[in-house]
Design a protein around this ligand. Structure first.
Ligand code: NAD
Ligand code: MG
Length: 396
């Protein structure tokens, strides 16, 4: 089976490459993409020899091209820019596409893969948050299959059974129970959370991930994005999706059925498990992850999320009720605020304030996007409004 990997140099990318390398008889890496990390992508090209390698940054692509030439890596065609990424995503020789780009930047290539009718292993939740309705419609029209690899959604997908397909309403399901670790600030008082620094925010207690999603996990924005993601993937209304904090991250999510059964998927917090599940689906392969040891699992705790200390989760849920323009703005403001926080120019507490200010300023003036261009236009407007608000904030 030939795999193309969007966002190959990132955390999802590395986990996927590890699995492909573990199963050389089963998988062939056909294409890879990255933003601007030339040496990172070059190392992958040297090791795995994909036919296609695309870089979003044209200058970086130019450098990669000459480095490949120097090293005699003539079997890899180097592509560049948005069209290069889309070419990898829609490549006719590719069987499955792993969507591991972070942020709305991943939406064009997810769209290209869906339009080409691919089986898409979706990690890039922001694509669904920004363009859920459009992507569902396009996937149905083009015969694309979505396999969720965000660990919670993959857990629910597994619980729904082998015949279930994303975007259809699951039969006999009462509720989806989305688990959250609670992040590094789960037990912190509000005033300490407001002043938290970058190194504290990216120190996730259970998972090792890219910086942006680590900050999102600390603010519970990630759970808000996942709540919206679950709504689109599993075609259930918001009042049938519940968030529960489960600090051990052993249960990756649950599905409650109408007969009183609740199914859960349990495992180690290692993304190779959900990615392996989707790479091999409907079969199973080894992932190099050891299974759950009951003798080393002392307890499973549950508590409700604290929406006072983590207001962004409640905001995301309210945005889902308001509609696609609101979720679009929520995502854009968060991306802008997290970037500013990571650059040391915003206090942690400012992230949810920036989202709130941008939503208040903008959403009532917008109508829901009916095309990808409209999605990108809302994204641009929200970033502008958010940037204006951020400029007025004192440095932390
Ligand atoms: P990361 O920061 O480690 O990697 C991001 C990748 O995207 C890199 O390869 C980078 O080159 C590429 N990229 C960034 N900006 C780009 C741009 N403008 N154009 C093209 N490519 C660009 O991120 P990650 O942690 O691997 O997360 C990737 C996605 O997967 C996110 O949507 C995240 O929410 C989701 N996800 C990640 C994890 C995890 O464990 N890391 C778990 C669940 C879901
Ligand atoms: Mg997740």
């Amino acid at each position: 089976m030939r795999i193309s990997l969007l966002g190959a140099t990132g955390s999802i990318g590395q986990s996927t490459l590890d699995l492909i390398a573990q199963h050389p008889d089963r998988f062939e890496l056909r294409g890879v993409t990255a933003n601007q990390d030339v040496e990172g992508l070059l190392a992958i090209v040297q090791r795995m020899r994909p036919a296609l390698a695309a870089m979003a940054d044209a200058g970086a692509a130019q450098q990669l091209r000459s480095r490949c030439r120097e090293l005699g890596l003539t079997g890899t065609e180097v592509l560049e820019g948005a069209s290069g990424l889309e070419q990898v995503a829609a490549d006719p020789e590719t069987d499955r596409v792993v969507a591991g780009i972070v942020g709305v930047a991943g939406l064009p290539s997810v769209w290209a893969a869906v339009t080409a009718g691919k089986t898409v292993l979706l990690a890039n939740k922001e694509a669904l948050v920004c363009a859920g309705a459009l992507l569902v419609q396009q996937a149905k029209a083009c015969g694309a299959t979505i396999l969720p690899i965000d660990s919670e959604h993959n857990a629910m997908f597994q619980c729904l059974g082998p015949d279930y397909r994303c975007f259809s309403r699951p039969v006999g399901v009462e509720r989806l129970i989305l688990t959250a670790s609670g992040g590094p600030f789960r037990t912190w008082p509000a005033d300490r959370i407001a002043k938290a620094g970058v190194s504290e925010a990216i120190a996730h207690p259970n998972w090792v991930m890219g910086k942006k999603i680590s900050v999102d996990s600390a603010s519970l924005v990630n759970k808000g994005l996942e709540f919206i993601e679950a709504h689109w993937l599993f075609h259930l209304p918001a009042d049938r999706i519940e968030v529960v904090v489960h600090p051990q991250s052993v249960i990756h999510s649950m599905v409650a059925f109408s007969d009183g059964s609740t199914l859960a998927q349990l495992g180690s917090p290692d993304m190779r498990t959900p990615i392996a599940h989707a790479l091999a689906w409907p079969e199973r392969i080894s992932a190099g992850v050891s299974g759950l040891r009951w003798d080393q699992t002392s307890r499973l705790d549950f508590e409700p999320p604290d929406l006072q200390r983590f207001p962004a989760l409640a905001m995301a849920q309210a945005c889902l009720a308001q509609g696609p323009a609101a979720t679009n703005v929520f995502n854009a403001a968060n991306e802008q605020a997290v970037e500013t926080f990571l650059a040391g120019r915003l206090a942690f507490g400012g992230i949810s304030q920036a989202i709130e200010a941008t939503l208040n300023e903008l959403v009532s003036r917008l109508s829901d996007p009916n095309s990808l261009d409209a999605v990108y236009e809302i994204d641009r407007q929200a970033r502008r409004v958010c940037a204006d608000w951020l400029k007025k904030q004192p440095s932390p």
